[in-house]
Design a protein around this ligand. Structure first.
Ligand SMILES: [Zn+2]
Length: 260
């Protein structure tokens, strides 16, 4: 086997890591060109490891990887960006944890180019580390784009039950059908939750616009909460189980309100 086949380079963001064996860690990294990879970071828990500081969650890192028998092995790691602002703030940390968990849960290990998702991850982390952006807006934009890439784009314009155009009234949302349901559809016992007209307008606006436009209008925190809860429930429904980070996220969102 030649050197070219035994080692390869990748750039990615650390999604999570867990202890593995005596001194190693199993590290999940979303890469620019190879999608999600699970790699072994050998000896990284030893006090003098040169790789350890570069392989913390949310770190954007350049890697040299060696092919292993089962799992490939990180032989070199060099951080490009560590997002210190994300780590130093509980609110942004909560949002960033949620974002990487979603990405982790929605992607399978694939070794396929998925640069759109990678770019979405990077821009979301950049925005979260900027004091000017509203974390909930960054998260909402991420959720909607992720759903779109994953083939679960929610329908906000037509009733998913009767295909009628949605009127300017309070509506419902069906997790099962993946979209808005009109009050008439609701009567025919479609499994759904209520969705206010204002929340629906926010969702449509975020779905149709680029981030810079979408995040402009000031949204009442009650409506932002409603939208956040709906998205989280829809995503949990798709993933068939509760996500771990929303509990933490909700806790920090209470802090967030103090700041607005
Ligand atoms: Zn309908």
């Amino acid at each position: 086997m030649s050197n070219l086949e035994r080692v390869y380079r990748a750039e990615g963001v650390v999604l999570r890591r867990r202890d593995f064996g005596e001194a190693d860690r199993l590290t999940t990294i979303y890469t620019k060109n190879l999608g999600k990879l699970r790699l072994v970071a050998k000896g990284v828990r030893k006090p003098r490891s040169r790789k350890s500081g570069h392989l913390e969650p949310f770190t954007r890192v350049k890697l040299l990887i060696a092919r292993g028998r089962n799992l490939d092995i990180i032989t070199q790691a060099e951080s490009i960006e560590t997002y210190p602002n994300i780590l130093s703030d509980l609110i942004t940390l909560g949002h960033a944890s949620y974002i990487v968990e979603l990405l982790d849960r929605f992607s399978v290990e694939e070794r396929e180019d998925n640069q759109e998702l990678y770019n979405l991850l990077l821009s979301s982390l950049d925005r979260l580390s900027s004091a000017e952006e509203k974390p909930w807006a960054v998260t909402l934009f991420f959720e909607l784009r992720l759903l779109e890439f994953a083939g679960y784009r929610p329908e906000f314009f037509e009733c998913v039950h009767c295909a009628e155009k949605i009127e300017a009234l309070d509506q419902y949302f069906s997790f099962q059908l993946g979209g808005v349901v009109c009050p008439r559809g609701r009567q025919s016992q479609i499994d759904s939750v209520s969705l206010s007209l204002l929340a629906l307008k926010v969702l449509r606006f975020y779905q149709r616009n680029r981030y810079e436009t979408a995040a402009q209008p000031r949204i009442e925190s009650k409506i932002a909460d409603e939208v956040g809860r709906l998205m989280e429930s829809y995503l949990s429904h798709i993933l068939e189980g509760r996500l771990n980070s929303p509990v933490f996220l909700r806790r920090v969102q209470r802090l967030e309100k103090w700041r607005v």
